[in-house]
Design a protein around this ligand. Structure first.
Ligand code: BGC
Length: 374
């Protein structure tokens, strides 16, 4: 039995746009409509039943529902998320709330969203309203999910909705997200005793030759550390999302045979090195996402087991890892890739929206119950 520390928080994660359905005022709504998605907005009680032995649930509040037009806050939607949070609390589940998970309201987009520093105030105003409404129901606040993935996809390469494209738009968006995180952190702490962090996508870069290794060091600095360095004094914990292994061989990326349905390398050891790299910040770490697209559920059990073995090793090597959220509880809308990639412990049949637990669900549920791997 591989045991985890007492009170280790086991859980799973989702985000609003990917599961709720019926979101039509976000910047994704017209370009990449998620339609009814998993109808989680109406079926959240049924989905919370699936948490069973889990102790924490990470989800996002959809800004475009709360503030569909600039400055107009919807009481109905505020009430909705209050009931949602209360339901989790009633079940004894800790709540981890993300305030920005890749989506913004269309009115914010029309103002050129994150490329304008004046727009940061709108996000802070929304965040403060959420604090005022829900401070007694939220255990962990996550300001922004994966800022570098978001800014590169939306502003640099523009695979995702973004109001302008190019290196300058990207740099401005990153700087404004840093500014937004710091402002929210400060404003929250001035008002309440809260735990505020950010979810960062960090990658395992591995090089072969001397030159590859230099490329890896640079990538580690720019991708893994730069953003966190900027906000290191404004975090109560670090959220780490781990998915990617970047194997650089003779300056080219090399893929292995063990890949997910999306062709992403499976490299459990990478989570260990990514965690070790974050030891320098001396902060508690929550793994806020880790998972894979695997429609046949052939690799998920070994994926979870192997990654957790490496997480345990990082804990033994003095990394203060306090929890793990699997991505994801249920299948969902995988952004520009649509509904085909299946990330869920629970399968969604999109014809009738029925939920069925995959074998990996029971495997993970046992881990949560036993606080360890048998
Ligand atoms: C995101 C999720 C996404 C997952 C799998 C993360 O980058 O936060 O929204 O579904 O990875 O791609």
């Amino acid at each position: 039995m591989i045991k985890f520390p007492d009170n280790f928080l086991w859980g799973s994660a989702i985000s609003a746009y990917q599961v709720e359905g019926g979101i039509n005022k976000s910047d994704w709504s017209s370009l990449f409509p998620a339609d009814q998605a998993c109808d989680h907005y109406n079926r959240y009680e049924e989905d919370f039943d699936l948490l069973e032995n889990q102790k924490v649930f990470r989800f996002s509040i959809e800004w475009s529902r709360i503030e569909p037009s600039e400055g107009e806050f919807s009481e109905k939607e505020i009430e909705h998320y209050r009931n949602y949070l209360k339901s989790l609390k009633k079940r004894g589940i800790k709540t981890m709330v993300t305030l920005h998970h890749f989506t913004s309201p269309t009115w914010f987009f029309d103002k050129k969203s994150w490329t304008k520093s004046d727009n940061v105030q709108f996000f802070v105003r929304f965040a403060l309203r959420m604090l005022e409404e829900y401070h007694d129901l939220v255990d962990f606040w996550i300001t922004i999910n994966e800022p570098l993935i978001y800014c590169s996809k939306s502003f640099l390469v523009k695979d995702w909705p973004g109001p302008s494209k190019g290196v300058f738009a990207f740099i401005k968006a990153v700087r404004n997200q840093i500014k937004a995180h710091k402002a929210v952190y400060k404003a929250f702490h001035e008002r309440k005793d809260v735990e505020v962090g950010l979810s960062k996508n960090n990658q395992f870069f591995q090089g072969v030759t001397f030159v590859d290794k230099i490329v890896c060091s640079l990538s580690r600095y720019l991708w893994n550390r730069y953003f966190l360095n900027q906000i290191r004094k404004e975090m109560d914990f670090i959220g780490i999302n781990y998915y990617f292994h970047r194997k650089i061989k003779f300056l080219r990326k090399k893929k292995s045979d063990n890949v997910t349905d999306l062709g992403w390398d499976i490299c459990p050891e990478g989570i260990y090195w990514v965690l070790m790299e974050n030891k320098r910040y001396n902060l508690p770490i929550y793994i806020t996402e880790n998972g894979l697209a695997d429609s046949k559920d052939e690799k998920r059990i070994s994926f979870i087991r192997d990654h957790l073995i490496w997480v345990k090793k990082a804990i033994e090597d003095q990394v203060d890892v306090k929890g793990y959220c699997h991505w994801s509880l249920i299948d969902n809308f995988e952004w520009d890739k649509g509904f085909n990639p299946r990330f869920g412990l629970v399968e969604i049949d999109y014809r009738d929206l029925s939920r069925s637990k995959r074998p990996s669900f029971s495997f993970y549920n046992e881990i949560c119950l036993n606080n360890g791997i048998k």
